[in-house]
Design a protein around this ligand. Structure first.
Ligand SMILES: [Mg+2]
Length: 358
């Protein structure tokens, strides 16, 4: 057996521009400000990961992430990736409140491990789904004109599901969505309020769009993340599936969603929980009869590649929201999965199959 001893663990800034400011109801991201994790094993193998804090949603800042990384990385040096879940447990204990740091290190460990095993990461996760995955595409909160321009652009590229960020101006958002729907009646919509709505607003907003014949396939996190009971009431009153996103940052949160029957769908994001916790949440949600969604923060293809591997390998995931690399002005890595319109194309090189260009 190979020892797979972790010899070095480093981070450096991974800043990438966005084509448009990514505004949601809780705040704005001007550019991706991730941290690139790179790891070396005693066999010379490298592994890469990405830490993407999203302060407005997860409460983590980049500065705190760097501090936490520097505190925890010495604990891992000298340990073996043959015990990758035990190392994940060390991170869990050492990093309460820093799921993105845990996630970035876990991705780099999984990348190095699967490179050593000479298997693509999707195969390590089980290789379940052999069909091509299709992602939605997100239109953040922008001017009416720019939103329409983007809708045109994405529909022409073949996207069939538009995820519209809402929660700033009710009438303007209804007008936008119904205008897109008039122009492209076959398009499906996911509506994401990122916690901005009250219960009545949610009912009015959704019913107004349904009355205008908009095909709303999913309503994401309408209410505050802790309003499990309100989400449960909405679930009974609306015949559109509701996804719990910010409501599920942990396995404990998922228990609340289950207890109050707060959602139809659970949105998995490795940056909210770390990779292995996301797998646990995925399995529990699935066994309790929930549909699954997988998304991310505003990430590059490194972190998103790990989520792609989970979606390709681990479980049947109905709603694929792995689009943020398409919103970036450049790609900081080569190799790995690729996009062909909404289609996510697989790869056959080991690990994530990627090499950073920085
Ligand atoms: Mg969301």
């Amino acid at each position: 057996m190979k020892a797979l001893i972790l010899e070095t663990l480093d981070i450096r800034p991974l800043n990438v521009g966005l084509t448009d400011t990514f505004t949601i109801s809780q705040g704005s991201v001007q550019e991706v400000q991730s941290l690139l994790v790179s790891l070396t094993l005693d066999n010379g193998m490298k592994g890469y990961g990405e830490i993407t804090p999203f302060p407005e949603l997860a409460g983590e800042t980049k500065e705190v992430c760097i501090e936490r990384f520097n505190e925890v990385s010495p604990e891992l040096i000298g340990k073996s990736l043959n015990n990758i879940r035990a190392l994940s447990h060390i991170l869990e204990e050492a990093l309460p409140g820093s799921p993105s740091v845990k996630c970035g290190i876990e991705i780099s460990m999984l990348d190095a491990l699967t490179r050593t095993l000479e298997t693509p990461m999707w195969s390590y996760f089980g290789g379940l789904n052999e069909e091509i995955l299709q992602t939605d595409i997100t239109i953040p909160i922008l001017s009416h004109e720019r939103s329409l321009e983007l809708a045109d652009k994405w529909v022409k590229k073949g996207f069939r599901t538009l995820k519209i960020k809402v929660g700033s101006d009710h009438d303007k958002e209804i007008n936008l969505i119904s205008e897109i729907n008039k122009k492209y009646p076959d398009i499906q919509f996911i509506i994401d309020a990122n916690q901005a709505f009250e219960e009545n607003q949610t009912l009015e907003f959704t019913r107004e769009l349904l009355a205008k014949d908009c095909d709303i396939i999913l309503l994401e996190q309408p209410l505050n993340r802790y309003d499990f009971i309100g989400m449960g009431r909405l679930k009974k009153l609306l015949n559109v599936p509701i996804a719990a996103d910010e409501s599920v940052f942990s396995r404990q949160d998922l228990q609340q969603v289950i207890k109050y029957n707060s959602a139809d769908v659970v949105n998995l994001k490795i940056m909210k929980t770390g990779v292995f916790n996301a797998l646990d949440i995925c399995s529990t949600a699935r066994s309790m009869g929930y549909e699954l969604m997988i998304g991310g923060m505003v990430e590059t293809r490194i972190a998103m590649g790990c989520s792609v591997a989970i979606a390709m390998g681990y479980a049947p995931i109905k709603y694929i929201d792995l689009d943020t690399p398409l919103l970036l002005s450049s790609d900081p890595v080569i190799g790995g999965y690729s996009y062909c319109g909404p289609d996510i194309m697989s790869w056959d090189t080991p690990g994530l199959g990627m090499e950073p260009l920085i």
